[in-house]
Design a protein around this ligand. Structure first.
Ligand SMILES: Cc1cc2nc3c(=O)[nH]c(=O)nc-3n(C[C@H](O)[C@H](O)[C@H](O)COP(=O)(O)OP(=O)(O)OC[C@H]3O[C@@H](n4cnc5c(N)ncnc54)[C@H](O)[C@@H]3O)c2cc1C
Length: 448
């Protein structure tokens, strides 16, 4: 939040950069696949239906379509588990078994309790309160919409002897009706009209891993996600600890003093099996999917090497939450941005290795957002990520010798507003889009 308004990563990082002459943003264009030549990524194809075009990359293609869509795009490009791609009739360009495997997320369960003091329910659970909140926010930038809903929380150890905190708990001064999975899926959840609050707990370090795989050859169709939750003893044990922990928390003197009835789960029949059964019935993801294109030592157990390059494909990196080796113990938005910052450094070093002075010039100190403090902890954390080494230079050197950089850059005429951004000078092609739409130059590309 900034000045009472949501301030996204696009507001913070992309919008200031849009002034640069070497950056163009295309919004609302669906990337269909990554174009490859032999074992090198050479661009991305985007568009819809039979109207599509290719943005060529002289340098590298950087994929960051999210932990669910990035593996799907790799698979649509013929890079992924051989059996899956052959089954869908794809031309297998590079067999890489781990593409899409290993997805992790935080699963959380909430306990709803009535409160003896007014909470946000008293305003947002009733129509007049909801109607008043909007104009108030517009006029004064304060009121319920200007505050995050998770107002207090903490990382806790679930048991004596646990070395690192293993549960994330938080409290919202708001509670909901319709908390079953079915109610949530059908949009049936609504804010309770009576004072209440919510306690939630999620395991910080789940060990279950699922899979994301394409369901059809249409890039517009969502991939199939099999989360494989609770498939390990550790995760089942943590579900029990989470349930017991929340029950104990609500019984503390401080919370007990403001707590009325308990709504969900019903504690009347609480027994040893209740926490796991309740977790299974009502838990939901925290929307922190990661690790579907994860870093690792070898193509046998990973998709990326340490500098985030796809194993076996030159000129292609994945830089986002999908690249994490495992889910972070806390929320993953800030870690994704930290990784992106490190990814940008690696790209710049690559550009320098390729000895293209214009790339170095345009991405020097100016690329640092003015709001980014030089001594901030995020930058210090970056030092823990690997720096490119001689291996990177060898890799790039060999890629360059087998596929000379042609210098091709053709600008697409997008069928509609799109979401692919190209850094023209460095000729990196990226797959993300947010912020203000930009018009592409109407030349050199058309119906394909
Ligand atoms: C409801 C919700 C609440 C969340 N709350 C929090 C929170 O409180 N704290 C926190 O830390 N994290 C939170 N997260 C998680 C956070 O949003 C992610 O960690 C973060 O966005 C991951 O960044 P990313 O770059 O990996 O992927 P994303 O931010 O998902 O970016 C992927 C982008 O690629 C685009 N894209 C995908 N496919 C294509 C295609 N084929 N062509 C073109 N573009 C494409 C998408 O439109 C999207 O813009 C929340 C997520 C959700 C959904």
């Amino acid at each position: 939040m900034r000045g009472g308004r949501r301030w996204s990563s696009a507001d913070a990082h992309l919008d200031p950069a849009l002034k640069r002459p070497n950056l163009r943003l295309f919004s609302n264009a669906l990337v269909q696949r990554i174009e490859t030549d032999q074992r090198r990524a050479i661009g991305v194809r985007s568009g819809t239906g039979d109207r599509s075009c290719v943005a060529h990359a002289r340098g590298e293609v950087v994929l960051f379509a999210g932990a669910e869509k990035s593996p799907q795009l790799l698979q649509l490009s013929g890079i992924g588990p051989a059996g899956l791609l052959i089954r869908h009739g794809f031309n297998l360009r590079h067999a890489l078994a781990e593409v899409g495997r290993g997805v992790q997320d935080h699963l959380g369960v909430s306990h709803m309790l009535r409160a003896t003091e007014p909470t946000l329910n008293n305003r947002l659970g009733r129509r007049p309160g909801r109607l008043a909140a909007g104009p108030r926010h517009l006029l004064s930038r304060n009121g319920p919409p200007s505050v995050p809903v998770n107002q207090l929380g903490g990382f806790v150890r679930s048991n004596v002897g646990v070395v690192h905190p293993d549960l994330l708990t938080y409290c919202n001064p708001m509670s909901y009706l319709g908390q079953s999975c079915l109610a949530r899926a059908s949009g049936g959840t609504r804010v309770d009209g009576q004072a209440g609050y919510l306690l939630c707990a999620q395991s910080c370090r789940p060990t279950s891993r699922g899979e994301v795989r394409l369901a059809s050859a249409d890039p517009g169709n969502p991939p199939m996600i099999r989360p494989n939750s609770f498939s390990t003893d550790h995760d089942r044990d943590m579900a029990v600890r989470a349930g017991r922990g929340l029950r104990g928390l609500a019984q503390t003197p401080a919370l007990g003093a403001v707590t009325g009835d308990r709504l969900v789960p019903d504690l009347a029949d609480w027994n040893d099996d209740t926490p796991l059964a309740d977790f299974r019935a009502r838990a939901g993801p925290a929307f922190h999917p990661t690790s579907t294109c994860r870093m690792g030592r070898s193509p046998g157990n990973a998709v990326l090497d340490a500098p985030l390059r796809v194993h076996g494909i030159a000129g292609l990196r994945v830089v986002e939450a999908a690249s994490f080796a495992n889910v972070t113990s806390g929320s993953n938005n800030a870690p994704a941005m930290i990784l992106a910052t490190r990814g940008a450094e690696l790209l710049l070093q690559n550009a320098q290795t390729l000895n293209r002075p214009e790339s170095v010039r345009c991405n020097s100190r100016r690329s640092k957002p003015s709001s980014w403090p030089t001594r901030c902890p995020a930058r210090r954390a970056l030092r823990h990520l690997p720096a490119p080494d001689d291996g990177l230079r060898d890799h790039l050197g060999s890629a360059r010798s087998t596929t000379p950089l042609s210098g091709r850059t053709s600008w697409p005429r997008w069928p509609a507003r799109c979401s692919s951004a190209s850094f023209r000078t460095t000729t990196r092609t990226t797959l993300n889009g947010c912020g203000a739409p930009r018009t592409a130059p109407a030349s050199r590309c058309g119906r394909t």
